[in-house]
Design a protein around this ligand. Structure first.
Ligand SMILES: NC(=O)C1=CN([C@@H]2O[C@H](COP(=O)(O)OP(=O)(O)OC[C@H]3O[C@@H](n4cnc5c(N)ncnc54)[C@H](OP(=O)(O)O)[C@@H]3O)[C@@H](O)[C@H]2O)C=CC1
Ligand SMILES: O=C1OC[C@@H](O)[C@H](O)[C@H]1O
Length: 373
């Protein structure tokens, strides 16, 4: 019997990612907590929710409280943290309601549609002494922690970073009602994939306190043949005093869109998704940049090399499970420890502000109500 503290979760929407998150989290032996799913809210019918719980092989599914209204679950449910994985066009509304019901929140990425909305969420969470965290889960993986804590302090100033997150999500058969193509659901490669590529650029460019990093350029090409100018191939140039970042995304390139969606994340790609070039080394992060399990380093001009020639090194950082659970331990530790904090606030706001600037320069627009605060 585990003597770990129990952390009770509520799921606001039984989304695709919730069907990844909870099986990855529940019953995780390596976790510092015993995570339990105790409440769910869904627009699905009650008859559809129970099979969902069973297919996710959720333990004690019969004891889970099923709410047909997310508002009621937030008002009446008995849980420690709510995981919000509705379409990102609804995150602001759902997070603000959760906070006003004194709930601590893990909200899927991107936290909101723009920085102003998240600033409102942060203000309310702070006022109510709650815990709020954006589920940018990649930051909490072993490889990312190794990069941040061990590698970057050793490699000298970062001079240039290339960060890409592209893979063919959109196929000719995809319905235009899909959240990937429906502007009313916040569709677009920048908000969906760009937050990951920009996170890697942030990890590299802001690992050393060198002043503000600005968006200097942003251009975008839309998904062909889809109404509403859904952004697809995006190119963003970031600049700071002595370093630059080139960030790219696409949800149609490269590769075949024939295989099922999530299988494409397992595709082997020659080129790394991220390349960080510093004065002493080049660090490469392989595809998919959402969950790398190794970091490749080419050392040059430092103690690690023999007579100055480049020397390659690979650091294996295996992930236990899919890996989306690591962040859950971070927020659980804060909530169950009785703290109140906005975990990763600075980083989340930096990325959201970059995406705001990139949208403005590239002319990526959404229906007004999605951006309202
Ligand atoms: N961290 C990661 O690796 C990933 C994160 N994501 C993020 O998670 C979020 C969801 O993505 P994904 O799982 O693909 O989305 P899905 O389209 O699979 O699920 C979205 C869910 O939101 C709920 N929903 C839709 N409309 C409403 C509404 N009007 N009111 C209340 N609930 C609603 C529905 O849940 P129900 O049917 O139960 O009502 C729906 O299933 C996005 O923000 C995305 O960026 C997505 C994929 C991976
Ligand atoms: O967050 C994500 O991770 C990868 C894909 O599942 C999806 O495009 C994106 O939402």
């Amino acid at each position: 019997m585990s003597d770990r503290k129990v952390c009770r979760w509520a799921a606001l929407s039984l989304s695709n990612i919730a069907s990844v998150f909870f099986p990855d989290l529940l019953g995780r032996e390596q976790s510092s907590f015993e995570h339990k799913l105790v409440a769910v809210s869904s627009t699905k019918s009650q008859d559809a929710v129970k099979p969902w719980l069973n297919t996710q092989s959720v333990p004690n599914a019969e004891s889970i409280t099923i709410f047909s209204s997310w508002e009621q679950m937030l008002e009446k449910g008995d849980f420690d943290i709510v995981y919000i994985s509705s379409p990102h066009s609804l995150h602001f509304q759902h997070v603000m309601k959760a906070l006003s019901c004194n709930r601590s929140v893990l909200v899927e990425k991107p936290a909101t549609m723009n920085a102003a909305q998240y600033e409102h969420c942060i203000d309310l969470a702070t006022e109510k002494k709650l815990v709020l965290m954006e589920a940018m889960w990649t930051r909490y993986l072993p490889a990312t922690q190794f990069l941040t804590n061990t590698l970057l302090p050793k490699v000298g100033p970062v001079r240039r970073v290339f960060a890409d997150f592209s893979f063919p999500i959109v196929s000719p058969e995809m319905s235009h009602d899909s959240r990937f193509l429906d502007k009313g659901a916040g569709a677009g490669s920048l908000l969906d994939q760009g937050c990951y590529a920009l996170t890697w650029a942030d990890l590299a460019l802001n690992s050393q306190a060198v002043g503000e990093t600005k968006v200097l350029h942003s251009s975008s090409m839309s998904v062909p043949g889809v109404p509403g100018e859904v952004d697809d191939i995006n190119t963003i140039i970031l600049g700071q005093a002595s370093a630059t970042g080139i960030v790219t995304t696409s949800m149609t390139l490269p590769g075949s869109s024939q295989v099922p969606f999530y299988k494409r994340l397992q595709a082997k790609k020659q080129a790394p998704s991220v390349r960080i070039e510093t004065e002493k080394a080049t660090i490469a992060i392989p595809f998919p940049p959402i969950r790398p399990e190794e970091i490749q380093v080419t050392w040059y001009g430092s103690a690690e090399t023999k007579d100055g020639l480049e020397v390659d090194e690979v650091f294996k950082k295996p992930i236990d499970g899919w890996g989306i659970w690591y962040q859950a331990d971070v927020i659980a530790s804060s909530v169950m420890g009785g703290h109140s904090e906005i975990i990763g606030a600075d980083e989340s706001l930096r990325i959201l502000r970059w995406m705001d600037a990139a949208r403005s320069l590239a002319g990526i627009r959404y229906p007004k109500e999605l951006d309202s605060v």
